[in-house]
Design a protein around this ligand. Structure first.
Ligand SMILES: [Fe+2]
Length: 87
C-alpha cells in the first residue's frame, strides 16, 4: 500500500508540468495539421475554406504561445511540490 501511494504521489507531483508539455505538443500537432489542410485546399482548388482554416490556425498558434509562456510557471510549481514533499 505504501509503495503504491509513493508511486502515485510521485506521479502527481509533476502532473501540472507534464500536462503543460503534453498540451503544448498537442497544439503543435494541430498547427501542423491545419497547415497541411491549408496546403491541401490550395492544391485541390478549395480556396473558399482557406480563410476558416487560417483563422483556426491562428487560434491554435495563440494557444501554443499561451502555453509556452506558462511552462516555466508550471515547472516551478511542480518543483515546489517535489521539494516540499522531500522535506
Ligand atoms: Fe488546440
Amino acid at each position: 500500500m505504501g509503495a503504491g501511494q509513493s508511486i502515485s504521489t510521485e506521479f502527481f507531483r509533476d502532473e501540472l508540468a507534464k500536462n503543460f508539455l503534453s498540451d503544448y505538443a498537442a497544439e503543435h500537432f494541430e498547427i501542423a495539421s491545419y497547415k497541411a489542410l491549408i496546403a491541401t485546399a490550395e492544391q485541390i482548388g478549395e480556396h473558399e475554406c482557406i480563410p476558416v482554416l487560417e483563422e483556426i490556425l491562428s487560434e491554435e498558434e495563440a494557444m501554443a504561445r499561451w502555453l509556452e509562456e506558462r511552462i516555466p510557471f508550471a515547472v516551478r510549481e511542480s518543483l515546489k511540490k517535489t521539494s516540499s514533499a522531500a522535506s
